[in-house]
Design a protein around this ligand. Sequence first.
Ligand code: SAM
Length: 218
Amino acid sequence: MDYTIARRRMVEQQIVARGIDDPRLIDVMNKVPRHLFVDEGLRGHAYADGPLPIGHKQTISQPYMVAAMSAALGLQGHERVLEIGTGSGYQTAILAMMTKRVYSIERISTLAARARKVLDQLQISNVNIKTADGTIGWKDQAPFDGILVAAGAPDVPHEYLVQLIIGGKLVMPVGGYHQQSLIRITRLDKDQFKREELMGCRFVPLIGTAGWSEADEI
Ligand code: SAM
C-alpha cells in the first residue's frame, strides 16, 4: 500500500472537502504518517474516514475530528498547548508540528509509552507526556494558550478554565457518556468566558476526578 497516496487522498476528501482551510494544518496532516500510530494489522485502514481501536477500549480519533479540533484552537505556531488523552499520539504529533510545545496527559501508561516511542521515532521532540488523571490539568506547567481534550466529559472541569491564559481557547467534547457536543471556550477575561458549540461528536469517556467514574460505564 502506498501510504503517501492514501494520506493525500485522506486530506483532500476528508479534511479539505469538509471545509478545513488552514494551510499549515493541511500541510502537517499531509506529513504525519498516521499508519505508524496504529497496530500493524490495521495500517491498511489508517487513512480511512473513522476512528480505529488502539487497545484498552480506546481509539485513535477520526482524521477529520483531529483536524477540526486542531483548527478550532486557531494555532499560530508560538503556543504552549495542553492535550488531555494522548491515546496513540497522532493528535499530539499534529499539535507538536503546529505549535511550540505540547504537554500531553494520558491515564493509561501503556498508551503513553507507546505514543512516546512513535513520537521519538519521528523525531518530534517538543512534547512532554505524563501518565496521570488529566481532569485536573497540569498545574506546574500552566497557564496554556490552548487546551484540547480528546475524551468526552459530563461538564467542563473547572481546572481547565483556570489553567487557560486570557485569550486562550479550550476545545473539548461535553455531554452524555456516548454522545457529546464539541465545544470551544475562549477566555475573554479573568472571569469572562465565551462558549460556542461546534458540532456533534462521539468520544470515549474522560475518566477521572472531574470526569466520569469507571463505575459510570453504560
Ligand atoms: N486523540 C487521540 C489519538 O489521536 O490517538 C485519541 C484519544 S482517545 C479518543 C481518548 C484518550 O483519553 C484515551 O487514550 C483515554 O485513555 C484517555 N483518557 C480518558 N480519561 C483520561 C484522563 N482523565 N486523563 C488522561 N487521559 C484520559
